[in-house]
Write a protein that binds this ligand. Structure first.
Ligand code: ADP
Ligand code: MG
Length: 691
């Protein structure tokens, strides 16, 4: 250990007491170097700092006692078991400490010793006992008792003490210096402690305040590295030159021909989009709006603007049902204007497809709507100017990118109803500008939601379903699986449809829709439902996204406990799309606390943002990010939800930094840049090549 800066990058084996065997185990925890060890943070702390008098002890509490040993004895009640009992006293009373199979204690401690003991209190009248204690001599610098003690995530036979001792060894080595990579001015501006202090106190905090100070610095740093990394790697194309559109008068005519006027939020989003299109920068924009907020019409208007400027446009949707629906509403609006819209999905015939491909290449098609079929290699355009992805969370980053590669720098718009708190969206989509449609069209009444236990299911069907159908409304019933599975008590769509026709409503028109049906069959059913030739549609989650039948007012979800909150919210969004009061009934078959909590949230609010925050709270951001398939480095101390306030501060600062030095090559940022590079190392390749 000669080179001061090199030291922390040395192998963990250089630490005293770490042989090849232990090193190997540490490796399994991802600890290879001394630096890895120092950044292996405790999961939580056990608060052993509260020292109590014996007379004040309460049953069941875990606490530290300072006392004097008055007696020690050891006995063997049966073979292989030794019990050691130590009597202690302080100036308020007496207590017994009990140890199982820890004979060495008898040889380590003596009557008359002053000790610190940490353990769980068992109190019975005046009889006080401390079980499975940790014991230490009272000294001026107690090691593990009388303070906040780190609890590390463990496995592979590594104990908490192993890690504590190893970290302690490292700290005792005066050569160890952790280089400070945070620029001096940031430390000052945000009153952050130095890295040395932070690392020492995250492992062995002097007290609660020091821990707080250390944590703040580390959270700030982690978020800054994450945000700067995302800006640096994903924001690269922000200066790319694109098509210069001109706002066209005819757009106003389309606006006037709509059966409604746009909400303020829709107008704002549209203006932001048109402004982007009319600038020479390539548009890269996310439209985020809760279910039913009216994103489709915004997409329609943007595409109209594109076509008026002489370019083609494309709209990709995740399901055939949705693509079909968009196609129908677009043709209705564009028929008289002479904009030619066509539909390309997996279910068009070979011959039809050839025609479509031909017309797209020739520029005869103005707007091509479709599913994944749009990104197949043989789909080419004459001059594509705008590509839109609906419900973009259903597509990977790669697919999104593939659609835009069908032209030279077309503008890009992606739409999502997955409500992500704004700051999170910024983190996730660091490369996108965001428009938020945070207002529902007027006249919508909030959907009334109730959650009921399974045993009340019959009642729901007999009263609610009947009532809505009698009023001339339509009903969705969603089930988790297609076919009955024997092992799980899950109501399947097929069975439910049968049952409903047979046992509940022989007089009503009941349809069935699921993902295993042929596209043409799905189509026929959806069309029938739309035309009110069906009263009840029993379905799997294929209707989750986008489907729009304003006359349906009741959504029943079977086995609601099987769905995520965001998904329940999406499903619920299939009703409440017209002027009629709508209802959602969640039928659940679990009595767990988590289930009741989740159902409660759904009953309480219709606000997708709130729901997604709660979801995040319950599931934790790790899983949240997991499902978002995004290559962001794992966070150790920061929690994007809990530390939203710090995140906001960090984002502001990161914008300033990137604005001044987009590649972080200034001398003061070099340390930070190295951190970013190492954290993003393997993530970059995966994610960036997709873009
Ligand atoms: P989403 O944002 O979930 O995709 P849609 O675009 O499907 O929502 O719109 C939901 C419903 O609201 C549709 O029936 C649409 O015609 C209607 N709608 C959209 N904008 C308005 C508006 N400004 N006023 C009234 N109804 C609207
Ligand atoms: Mg939609």
């Amino acid at each position: 250990m000669i080179n001061l800066f090199g030291v922390i990058n040395e192998s963990i084996q250089y630490v005293k007491g770490i042989g090849p065997k232990k090193a190997e185990k540490l490796n399994k925890l991802g600890i290879y170097t001394i630096k890895d060890l120092l950044y292996y943070f405790p999961r939580q702390f056990e608060d052993r700092s509260v020292i109590k008098k014996i007379a004040q002890l309460e049953d069941e509490e875990k606490v530290t006692v300072k006392a004097l040993i008055t007696n020690i004895e050891s006995y063997t009640p049966k073979k292989g078991m030794t019990i050691t009992r130590i009597d202690v006293k302080d100036d308020t009373g007496f207590a017994k400490l009990t140890f199982f199979n820890r004979e060495y204690i008898k040889n380590t401690f003596r009557v008359g010793d002053s000790i610190l003991a940490f353990g769980k209190v068992k109190k019975n009248g005046r009889f006080v006992e401390l079980n499975s204690c940790e014991l230490e001599y009272l000294s001026t610098s107690p090691k593990n008792i009388g303070k906040l003690v780190p609890v590390y995530p463990l496995s592979y036979g590594i104990t908490n003490k192993d890690i504590m001792n190893t970290v302690r060894m490292v700290f005792e080595n005066k050569d160890i210096k952790i280089p400070e990579y945070m620029p001096e001015y940031l430390l000052k501006k945000y009153r952050l402690c130095g890295i040395d202090y932070a690392i020492k106190n995250i492992h062995f905090p002097k007290d609660k305040e020091s821990l707080k100070v250390a944590l703040y610095r580390l959270i700030f740093e982690e978020l800054l590295v994450l945000q700067l990394g995302l800006f640096m790697y994903k924001g690269g194309n922000s200066n790319e030159k694109g098509i210069l559109f001109k706002r066209d008068q005819r757009l106003d005519e389309v606006l006037e021909s709509l059966p409604f006027s746009l909400t303020r939020a829709q107008n704002r989003a549209l203006n932001e989009i048109i402004d982007d299109m009319c600038s020479e920068k390539v548009m890269n924009r996310l439209v985020q709006g809760d279910v039913g907020s009216g994103k489709t019409v915004v997409a329609l208007l943007a595409l109209a603007e594109c076509v008026f400027n002489g370019y083609q446009g494309a709209l990709m949707a995740p399901t055939e049902i949705l693509a079909q629906q968009h196609y129908e509403s677009f043709t209705e609006t564009f028929e008289d204007i002479g904009i030619n819209v066509e539909l390309l999905t997996g279910s068009v015939t070979k011959k039809q497809k050839e025609g479509i491909l031909h017309r797209a290449r020739d520029g005869e098609i103005d707007i091509l709507i479709g599913t994944h079929a749009l990104i197949e290699d043989n789909v080419e355009f004459k001059n594509i100017g705008l590509v839109i992805t609906d419900e973009q969370h259903r597509f990977g980053v790669r697919q999104r990118g593939k659609l835009s590669s069908k032209g030279t720098s077309p503008d890009i718009l992606v739409m999502t109803a997955t409500p992500i708190p704004r700051t999170l969206a910024l983190i996730l989509y660091g490369d996108l500008d965001i428009s938020i449609i945070d207002e529902l069209p007027p006249g919508r009444q909030p959907i009334e939601t109730i959650a009921v236990e399974k045993k009340k299911r019959d009642k729901v069907y007999n009263s609610l379903v009947r009532r809505e159908v009698d009023k001339g409304r339509q009903v969705y019933i969603v089930c988790p699986l297609v076919e009955e599975s024997e092992s799980l008590d899950i109501t399947s769509a097929t069975e439910t449809a049968e049952e409903i026709k047979r046992d509940f409503f022989p007089d009503l028109r009941v349809g069935l829709l699921h993902g295993k049906m042929k596209p043409s069959e799905k189509d026929a059913i959806m069309t029938a439902f739309k035309n009110h030739e069906l009263d009840i549609l029993v379905s799997t989650t294929v209707i989750e996204v986008g489907v729009n039948v304003p006359n349906s007012t009741l959504m029943i979800i079977e086995n609601a406990e099987r769905f995520g909150l965001a998904q329940l919210h999406q499903l619920r969004g299939r009703v409440g799309r017209g002027k009629h009061q709508s209802y959602c009934v969640l039928i659940y078959g679990s009595n767990s606390e988590v289930c009741r909590k989740r159902m409660g949230i759904m009953e309480e609010t219709n606000d997708g943002f709130k729901i997604s925050e709660k979801d995040l709270e319950i599931r934790g951001p790790g899983e949240f990010f997991g499902t978002m398939q995004h290559g962001v480095p794992e966070l150790k101390v920061a929690n994007l939800f809990k530390h939203m306030k710090i995140l906001k501060t960090v984002q502001q600062e990161a914008r300033i930094i990137i604005g001044e030095d987009s590649t972080l090559d200034f001398k003061e940022y070099r340390g930070l840049k190295r951190e970013i590079e190492s954290k993003f190392k393997d993530k970059i390749e995966k994610d960036i090549t997709m873009n």
